[in-house]
Design a protein. Structure first.
Length: 337
């Protein structure tokens, strides 16, 4: 059977255009792939259209809007996830319109499907005190505890995305002055992030203890599991959850659920509260657009409170007068009808 135009273009889009021409990461390709797996599933189960019968012409605005609604209702996806799936569809149809100019009007109608407005989410982060407590929990007397402490310290100190941490190789750690970690982020873009002295000390001991300082181990993953394989996102989340549970036995300043990405948010918030310029924080985190970094400034109520206090220090006196002693005021109040 001859492949449909949808199948042909989708194959080229996922296997050639995204990785080779757009240079997007493997995670982005997988996310886009998952979007179209769900779209095919929707066509089969809801619209009774088999995969081989799906064509670009069949993917109308009506069908795609039905798919987006199905994601929210049948699969209980959040609005942000729904918008993320729509973004993948938009990207695919932008690619297709240059390959199939005859369908330009149809493709542009699909590209015009709007994203859904979602409530702005609060940036979840830990206070410096909560982060300190969390990092005090690993048992330094055993190798696994020392590994976990080093892992969480690097995750926080570098503001790395969890995938960036997982992908770290031994060669990406440069401990000679100035000590840095080379992170590979979205779009395979690299950035050099400076390390603080305590994290440098932990990494030096960790690398020596695990004999990772051999030249032929340069391409080994920096952090590995019991099978000496690269850690997974789930593995990192599990490690953090263990110490969250221990922390909460001491104090509730650590929230009951701490996701790996909260380490990155926490580092950004702490830098902002320390007075670091947003431009530097943007580069530190590897954001392309300063607008992405500005979310931390909007969330940082503590810095806003301090700024307001500093601006109005002398305007409001904390020593309130005792109105019961003001006979003139009391007389006036009593005469009110």
């Amino acid at each position: 059977m001859k492949p449909s135009n949808f199948a042909r273009h989708l194959t080229e889009f996922l296997s050639v255009y995204l990785p080779s021409q757009k240079n997007v990461s493997k995670n982005t390709v997988q996310s886009y792939r998952d979007t179209f797996k769900l779209l095919i599933k929707y066509c089969q189960e809801v619209k009774s259209i088999s995969a081989e019968r799906i064509t670009l012409e069949l993917l109308s605005c009506e069908l795609l809007n039905g798919f987006l609604g199905w994601l929210e209702t049948a699969r209980n996806c959040s609005i942000s996830t729904r918008n993320q799936r729509l973004s993948a569809i938009h990207s695919f149809f932008r690619y297709v319109q240059s390959e199939e100019p005859s369908g330009l009007f149809h493709f542009q109608k699909v590209i015009a499907i709007p994203t859904k407005k979602a409530n702005k989410t609060v940036v979840e982060h830990l206070t410096p005190e909560a982060m300190k407590l969390l990092l005090e929990q690993p048992d330094r007397s055993c190798p696994k505890g020392r590994r976990d402490l080093t892992l969480m310290s690097v995750l926080y100190d570098t503001g790395a995305r969890v995938q960036e941490l997982i992908d770290l190789r031994v060669s990406d750690v440069i401990l000679e002055s100035p000590a840095v970690v080379v992170l590979t982020g979205k779009g395979n873009k690299t950035r050099r992030v400076p390390l603080m002295k305590n994290t440098i000390s932990l990494l030096e001991r960790y690398i020596t203890e695990n004999k990772l300082d051999k030249p032929w181990k340069n391409q080994y993953p920096l952090f590995s599991n019991n099978q000496n394989n690269k850690l997974t996102k789930e593995g990192v989340a599990y490690i953090i959850s263990k110490y969250v549970e221990l922390s909460r036995k001491i104090s509730t300043i650590v929230p009951p659920k701490v996701k790996p990405h909260m380490f990155r948010h926490s580092k950004a918030m702490h830098l902002l509260q320390a007075g670091v310029n947003l431009i530097y924080i943007r580069d530190f985190l590897g954001h392309e657009d300063i607008k992405t970094t500005e979310i931390y400034a909007r969330t940082d109520t503590e810095t806003k409170r301090k700024a307001i206090e500093n601006a109005y220090t002398d305007l409001i006196d904390g020593n309130l007068p005792d109105w019961n002693q003001d006979q003139a005021l009391l007389t006036w109040l009593n005469e009110l009808k």
